[in-house]
Design a protein around this ligand. Sequence first.
Ligand code: SF4
Length: 430
Amino acid sequence: MNGFPAIQPGPPVATGCVDTEVLRERGQREVFCGLTGIVWLHRKIQDAFFLVVGSRTCAHLLQSAAGVMIFAEPRFATAILEERDLAGMADCNEELDRLVHQLLARRPDIRTLFLVGSCPSEVIKLDLAKAAERLSLSHHGRVRVLNYTGSGIETTFTQGEDQCLQALVAEMPAQSATEPSLLVVGTLADVVEDQFSRLFEAMGIDRVAFLPPRSATALPPVGEDTRVLLAQPFLGDTARALLRRGASLIDAPYPFGVEGTLAWLRAAGRDFGIAGERVDTVAAAPAARARKALERYRPVLAGRRITFLPDSQLEIPLARFLATECGMRPVEVGTPYLDRQVLGGELELLGGDTRLSEGQDVDLQLDRVRVDRPDLTVCGLGLANPLEAEGLRTKWSIELVFTPVHGFEQAADLAELFARPLIRNERLAV
Ligand code: SF4
């Protein structure tokens, strides 16, 4: 696939989607729950353990999403609520304490333990905040016990990370330094985090920390001199928790694609008084490499119509990337929640003729997909097979969270994720 014309970064659309009327739907939804976040969170925070307090369904979801780990000690598990617990015939708190004592005795490497709530634990109103407090006290000095909810009641799967990080914000020490520091928020693969660290350092920002950190015991400080730069668009509650701790939020698009990454770095630079020219100089080599790598996929993607069903909350920044850098035409961009506080920078860049929808009424939405017949539909696993059976090409949205896709070096990999089903379709059609 060599020899295709060079990509010219598309100009931002003048009008943007800021004032576009949003189609709001509140009906049946087809999404995964917040427990899914444990899959990437447990890989990132290497001294943490995630104990889901849930049912066999929750355990099954986690096992199938994360795979079975054979060679390493697992860092997640499910404390299964049995029928007696659900019927209120057993003391769940006693059972939970016993289990946690057993776990900690066997696993001295655990420094932070997350009790993760689920639909069943919420339905029986098991107070995991109280349990975390009680267990923190009884294991004081040995392990910190925190809690958050990953329940599927009124949430979508990326909200698990938002809830987990919010729990960590409450534990972050107060900042004592008076020099500004940069806090990049959102789980990034270690290799991507290292790439960004090098870029920030070359720009002249040397006080940089990441949330979540690789070790939950090394939480960065937060205070009035902390500048928050979001790396993921689904962390609105975490951002607001950081603002309540005195930090300020940098208004920026997200680092997807070459231009998105460049704009993200420039926004950080602006906040630290660094000239745009310096940022461009630092980013010139990786950006040029990334533009060249992207060239391979533009002929496959340009002019193709794409619909995003609401699932990962990555839909708006990804649609912007595909439209402005790959020449795709977003037909409908659905998002579970439209949080303008953290998406304002993206809405300005997305074309004004794109249909934006928030929430879901799955039957109505599928009817629109059938009328639109886009070349590619990005959706959850549950909807992909039925749509494929109707002759529509699909992409699983969950892959976009499991794969490193941020930054310059990953821009072509991101484009490839969307190109792959289209290429496969063409091969099958020959
Ligand atoms: S938390 Fe709720 S939605 Fe998620 S697996 Fe458990 S029961 Fe299902």
